[in-house]
Design a protein around this ligand. Sequence first.
Ligand code: SAM
Length: 417
Amino acid sequence: MGLDTVELFAGVGGFRLGLEEAGHEVIWSNQWEPSIQAQHASDCYVKHFGADDHTNIDINDVPTEDVPDHELLVGGFPCQDYSVAQTGAEGIEGEKGVLWWEIERITRAKRPKYLLLENVNRLLRSPTDQRGRDFAVVLHCLHDLGYNVEWRMLNAADYGYPTKRRRVFIFAARRDTDWGGWLDEEADQPHYFTQRGFFPREFPVDSGQQQFPVARQPDTELLGDPKQTSEEFEFDFEHAGSMVDGGIWTRDVDPIDIEGETLGDVLQTGGVDDEFFLDEEDMDRWEYMKGAKEEDRVTDDGYEYTFSEGAIPFPDNLDGPSRTLLTSEGTTGPGREKHVVEDPETGDLRILTPIEAERLMGFPDGWTDTGMSRTWRYTCMGNALVVGLVEQMGRTLTQSPDDLDSDSGLVFGSTSE
Ligand SMILES: C[S@@+](CC[C@H](N)C(=O)[O-])C[C@H]1O[C@@H](n2cnc3c(N)ncnc32)[C@H](O)[C@@H]1O
């Protein structure tokens, strides 16, 4: 059964596209671009999904009561400093403008059954001088609000998508829900992160590994309250893990590689406009920027150092998944990180087209062709998530947690293998 969903930080609607494909319904959304006045992502969202129940204001200014009751809260939010300044009768006080606190505020008031959140994988280890603190604060807030949590770092390319994109996905289940109860019962069991958890069902990993002794102790625990966790907690979170009742279990897992689409598969095969092709006079600059270098440099304040970096493929390899798409992809002129491909029709070198950027992220062709500049089309795709991954997670959310493939021998009750 589909879940009534609220989509925060909606961008051009990656979560919505994936979730609707899996049978869920987005009943309210919010998107606001702080960096410029024009609201390209929100306009694109409205063009495709309509203006009803979509809001285009800073989430900090959205009164909690304007957000309707919902079952699933989703959003890709930025990795910022989540340290806690104060706790007490007034609740937790995080720094203003830190968007995690908006998710926390809405969750506190609305208590959706589930949350599905996306962040850069740096979140698991930040900040560098107190590794894991920011993620632990997120976990502690969710714990205090009555949720159990499972997370997984997913690289889209491992699961058949044509681009490498590593993101951490956080699934939180209210403790009185079926998934909340499943986590309570199962998260310390063998095979949780390889087969029985939320993520491994759609994103298989090597199940020969990472067996845990039954009823093992957590790897670590949250401290007394979010403020203490914020001040003292330090821990290396691995790529898969769970938090149940303040206890934390975490392991690295090895994805089972699935052969899938390549960068070559998404290229347009004709009619690409001249503006996308590299200028002959820029070729030296492109080669320099893409190439290996070791050179003496001097900082503005006179400090001398040797700068070195390796070469990156020029042009990009078409036989595998693409490198990660960046928001800066569409700016003019040579750039080290920009993709350069050999055009399948002419054999000449060119940058990616906006349609190819959309295909890499799993959006329909022309999704961002809604009046924004070419540069913004790439920016929106650089910000977006891989739609198919969300569709897969959405499918798992339509199933009961004990609805495991009986062929695997891992049906409910057979956990002590
Ligand atoms: C990582 S992107 C999410 C993209 C989205 N998942 C998609 O598929 O397009 C984060 C989005 O949050 C928006 N945003 C940033 N600050 C915001 C704020 N204060 N209020 C609302 N939205 C904000 C950004 O404009 C950006 O579109």
